[in-house]
Design a protein around this ligand. Structure first.
Ligand code: A2P
Length: 316
């Protein structure tokens, strides 16, 4: 079993989760079942990913066959940007619950601090494309998420893609403190400052795209993302009998975060979980640190014209 992190409300969260973004609905049910068999107890979902239903079916199968009980699992899902207005939040949460076939969600996250309105077609792989940014304050959205806790729909609430200033502002108004900020963390973007800032506030960090999200639909040649074939990574891995991906995931873990690597491949699901029996030395951590170059896989450029866009006008 993976170690757990105790969140600021006393709830325990397993320190590795299965990412599900771009997990094809045709395959993800099988991947979830395999992950649970391997020992994963934390699954990271989002309404946006369009596969909550199949993930829920995988979970149901594993509960029905006796492998796990519901309370053994930590299921996260996220409120999409187009449901930020106050009357939309609880219905969106209920929609995710229905998709997942669950009676409660362990952790509900605000996916972005930016609210949007859809204009016609919706493509989950390019979700910002046919939407406009609208001026709904994330504080208002947060208040409705607090209501989801009071209604018993969710056990814990948190945010994703929030910068330090946005977290500060949220904390000054929140009645329920966020337990988590889910942000991109990888050797290219090690986020040490934001991680330390959140640690001081007792807000845990989930690390998305830890492997640099090599299959992201908007990838361009020349993006500064670290390759799993990097000779330094391979040589560090050889010292511990681990792959480059395991070295990266261990690094992200040693940064003090909860990595959620996505995979639909059974062998990679297994190896991504197998990172708790070694520890990177200070020298190896220094090599990993040297890859840091503010290299984001997820820029969400379409959100840039919003005053709530998180990646500008702020150091971290
Ligand atoms: P696949 O699902 O075919 O395994 P991230 O979590 O950073 O977004 O990265 C996910 C991407 O990395 C997916 O394309 C996934 O492909 C691939 N991936 C996941 N685990 C590994 C691994 N251990 N080695 C190589 N590629 C991996």
């Amino acid at each position: 079993m993976a170690p757990t992190v105790v969140l600021n409300n006393g709830v325990k969260c397993p320190q590795i989760g299965l990412g599900t973004w771009l997990g094809n609905p045709g395959e993800i049910q099988k991947s979830v079942k395999h992950a649970i068999d391997v020992g994963y107890r934390h699954i990271d979902c989002a309404w946006l990913y369009g596969n909550e239903k199949e993930i829920g079916e995988g979970i149901k199968d594993k509960i029905e066959d006796g492998t796990v009980k519901r309370e053994d699992l930590f299921i996260t899902t996220k409120l999409w940007n187009t449901f930020h207005e106050k009357d939309q939040v609880a219905p969106a949460c209920k929609d995710s619950l229905k998709n997942l076939g669950l009676t409660y969600i362990d952790l509900y996250l605000m996916h972005w601090p930016v609210a949007q309105k859809n204009l016609g077609t919706f493509d989950k792989n390019l979700p910002f494309k046919d939407a406009v940014n609208i001026d709904v304050d994330y504080i208002e959205t947060w208040q409705s998420m607090e209501q989801c806790v009071r209604l018993g729909l969710v056990k814990s609430i948190g945010v994703s893609n929030f910068n330090s200033k946005q977290l500060d502002r949220l904390l000054s108004c929140a009645k329920i403190k966020p337990v988590m900020n889910q942000i991109e963390v990888s050797p290219n973007l090690n986020q040490k400052k934001l991680i330390s800032f959140c640690k001081d506030l007792d807000i845990a960090i989930t690390a998305y795209s830890p492997l640099g999200s090599p299959a992201r639909p908007w990838a361009k040649p020349g993006d500064p993302m670290l390759s799993l074939d990097d000779p330094q990574l391979i040589s560090i891995g050889n010292k511990y009998g681990k792959t480059s991906a395991q070295v990266i995931l261990r690094y992200v873990l040693q940064l003090g975060t909860i990595p959620i690597p996505k995979s639909i491949n059974p062998k990679r699901i297994e190896s991504n979980f197998d990172i708790f029996d070694f520890e990177l030395s200070p020298e190896d951590l220094t090599v990993l640190d040297s890859f840091n170059c503010n290299g984001r896989a997820v820029h969400a450029e379409e959100l840039k014209d919003s005053k709530y866009y998180p990646f500008k006008d702020v150091e971290f």
